[in-house]
Design a protein around this ligand. Structure first.
Ligand code: 13P
Length: 340
């Protein structure tokens, strides 16, 4: 394992004013994203949409890396240039989602386990050949007010994340380790903080036990937020306080960066919360950045609607979200910038 190389890729991903575009929706997920704009999820429509994203003007100023899906890493631009090359030529690092999704965890009603470890060593070698320099694996924790997730589900998912991360480092890919506590439900912010804490504590124990080198990973957690149906919603300052407290307690200082998922927050909220954290970060040892899917793409899909004539407008919407999140990543964003 070449630690220096892993470290330099991880650090480049969390460079100043930059973060990640998560464009690794699986085919069933992108179908859900296309449905409201009445776009059929054909292979060619998925290719056209990803090309729109990857060729938008100026995004390399704020996007350091893009997470691709298995189909997408094998696709090319309309000029026949493979997407990983399209990105690398712009100075954007290609990455790849390698988990195979969350399935029900046996004998643990309501809990899920992410699959995809079998054969992963060979798949990682192929993705590396195709140009990937980092990978992503997402564990999904359903949460309620009392019993979900179970302690066993936390352990099982963290164990899988650690096995994945070790295989990535062996293959020379930076693992993006994603333990997502969902924001669906009516639980309050305190419940999210306690489950996120348990998850992070277990995760770093497992990563350590598997010999994973913390300097060569990135953490992709949820922010600490109340459930969407909770009556008590909170300000971005409160989200930032709870999230930073939780990270300070459980994330080792050797980890170069934390790249948050957006998890269903609306685009402005996700930008606001990231901004509040960077204002409040003080002497946090890790960079605090973004790896957003929906929060970067929602306005793009709404502007595009599958039509060629809307491509420029959709790319403009995308460049704007990238720029605003690049500023939020430095604590330099404010809501009035949304209107310009
Ligand atoms: P969201 O930002 O839409 O949560 O997606 C990020 C991601 O990559 C989830 O795995």
């Amino acid at each position: 394992m070449n630690i220096d190389e892993l470290k330099s890729v991880a650090e480049a991903i969390v460079a100043r004013q930059k973060g990640i575009l998560a464009a690794d929706e699986s085919n069933p997920t992108i179908k859900k994203r296309f449905a409201p704009i009445n776009v059929e999820s054909t292979e060619e429509n998925r290719r056209r949409y990803r090309e729109l994203l990857f060729t938008a003007e100026g995004i390399e100023r704020h996007i350091s890396g893009v997470i691709l899906y298995d189909e997408t890493i094998r696709q090319s631009s309309k000029h026949g240039i493979p997407f990983p090359q399209v990105l690398s030529e712009r100075g954007i690092i290609p990455g790849i989602k390698v988990d195979k999704g969350a399935k029900p965890l046996a004998l643990q009603p309501g809990n899920k386990i992410t699959e995809g470890l079998d054969g992963l060593r060979d798949r990682l070698a192929e993705y590396k050949q195709l140009g990937a320099k980092f990978a992503k694996w997402r564990a999904v924790m359903e949460i309620d007010e009392q019993s979900l997730p179970s302690a066993y589900a936390i352990r099982a998912n963290c164990h899988a994340l650690a096995r994945y991360a070790a295989l990535c480092q062996e293959a020379g890919l930076v693992p993006i380790v994603e333990p997502e506590v969902l924001m669906d439900g009516a639980h309050d912010i305190g419940r999210c903080e306690s489950i996120t804490s348990a998850m992070l504590e277990t995760l770093f124990g497992e990563l350590d036990a598997h010999g994973v080198v913390f300097e060569g990973i990135l953490l992709k957690p949820n922010m600490v937020v109340p459930g969407k149906k909770c009556a008590l919603q909170v300000s971005s300052q409160q989200v930032a306080e709870a999230t930073i407290r939780c990270l300070r307690r459980y994330v080792p200082t050797a980890v170069p960066g934390v790249v948050f998922l957006s998890g269903g927050q609306n685009p402005e909220e996700a930008t606001d919360n990231l901004n509040a954290m960077n204002i409040m970060r003080g002497n946090c040892p890790w960079q605090l950045s973004f790896s957003y899917g929906r929060a970067l793409q929602e306005p793009v899909l709404a502007a595009w609607k599958g039509e060629e004539k809307n491509v420029t407008e959709a790319q403009r919407a995308f460049s704007k979200r990238c720029q605003l999140n690049g500023l939020a990543r430095e604590g330099l964003y404010n809501r009035s910038m949304e209107d310009s």
